[in-house]
Design a protein around this ligand. Structure first.
Ligand code: KG4
Ligand code: ZN
Length: 363
């Protein structure tokens, strides 16, 4: 195949990111990978403020793209395409990145690829050398998403189950907020949990044992809020114990749900395969260890992207764009920014023969 070099742009949440990636017959090669975080701007509000995020993307994107191009040592003429996240995400930010991508594509006469952010996460385990080969069972756990996806090929995704309420990263962030730990909450809860007693609080484990692959975290989060209210003033040890108890409940839920997802994945696709974790929460060591153990027990290979590609980044967007370009797909400059954009719908558009709803897949 002809090597394809693609600039990726990611602005769907609170990371302004740009990367250049080359895809050839040996796989993907990340030539540059810049992430400008906005955590400090959002920290006073203990969560991502969409208006602040959009403004920060406007302010930071030009320099981020310039840095990615300069790190890669390339000029725009040497690119084969421009890939920008077109959703799902915070719409103001998505519009900033997508418009910038369109402008670069137009100015330099390059094809534009409007990338589904979830497709970026789904393909991110393939960024690393010797990364996951298709098919694999993906647990996508981020601040906005929590789902199992059977990743069969580029553009062929089937959702096996998802959260019915909060995403797992959202639950981590809300617990951190309850305990006034700071933002973003996930890594801070994980850190606090290291010094805590995971057995001190008896917290619910919603959906445990249910015969499907769905998640629910709202009850667990509410139970944490109840404990905080009951304790009144919290010591550092109380906080650590609550974090440890929360994380331990999360690990049992993830283990049980993944066990069910593997059972669903095995017969549909005929072979035991690979279990892949991606998304910000996949950076959590306790969750990674649990998944690793489970994979070993069931004869699966466990793959997780390096930490920097678990959280939002543009290398995964460039990869998704390059893969789609390789298949002959590009998008019109009228391509819309979308706050909601399920991955299965994308599968239906790219490969009509692999629509959701076949072979027992959940839409
Ligand atoms: O994938 P990501 O960067 O952005 C979204 O697309 O949502 O994920 C961010 C989420 C946040 O909720 C953050 O708290 C969580 O991932 N997260 C973690 C850890 N690192 C990031 N959650 C638990 N443990 C971690 N170590
Ligand atoms: Zn993400």
């Amino acid at each position: 195949m002809k090597p394809l070099t693609v600039l990726g742009i990611e602005t769907s949440c609170d990371e302004t990111a740009a990367a250049v990636l080359r895809l050839d017959e040996n796989g993907s090669h990340v030539l540059s990978d810049i992430v400008l975080g906005q955590a400090a701007q959002h920290a006073p509000y203990k969560g991502v403020v969409p208006e602040i995020a959009a403004r920060a993307h406007v302010e930071g994107l030009d320099a981020t793209v310039a840095a990615a191009m300069s790190d890669a040592g390339l000029g725009y003429a040497e690119l084969d395409g421009i890939a920008a996240t077109a959703g799902p995400g915070l719409i103001g930010g998505v519009m900033v990145g997508l418009l910038a991508g369109k402008a670069i594509a137009l100015a330099h006469g390059k094809p534009l690829i409007g990338v589904n952010h979830l497709e970026g996460h789904a393909l991110s385990p393939r960024l690393a050398e010797g990364g996951a080969t298709f098919p694999y069972l993906l647990l996508l756990v981020s601040g906005g998403h929590c789902q199992f996806i059977a990743v069969m090929d580029v553009g062929v995704y089937r959702r096996l189950g998802a959260t019915v309420d909060d995403a797992l990263g959202e639950a981590f962030d809300k617990v951190a907020k309850l305990l006034d730990l700071g933002f973003p909450g996930g890594p801070l809860v994980e850190k606090a949990a290291k010094n805590g007693d995971s057995k001190r609080f008896s917290l619910p484990r919603p959906m445990l044992g249910r015969n499907d692959c769905d998640f629910s975290f709202a009850g667990l989060k509410t139970a944490c809020a109840r404990e905080v209210a009951r304790l009144g003033t919290l010591t550092q040890q109380d906080k650590a114990d609550l974090c440890a108890s929360f994380q331990s409940a999360v690990v049992s839920i993830v283990e049980d749900r993944t066990r069910h997802a593997m059972r669903a994945f095995d017969p549909i696709y005929g072979a035991r395969g690979r279990l892949v974790a991606a998304g910000g929460v996949a950076a959590n060591q306790a969750i990674r260890m649990c998944l690793e153990g489970l994979a070993e027990e069931r004869g699966y290979e466990f793959v997780a992207p390096p930490l920097r590609w678990c959280t939002d980044n543009a290398a995964m967007i460039a990869l998704a764009g390059a893969e789609r370009l390789r298949l002959g797909f590009s998008d019109d400059l009228s391509f819309p920014a979308r706050s909601r954009w399920p991955l299965d719908e994308e599968a239906a558009r790219l490969r009509p023969s692999h629509q959701a709803g076949r072979k027992g897949a959940k839409a």
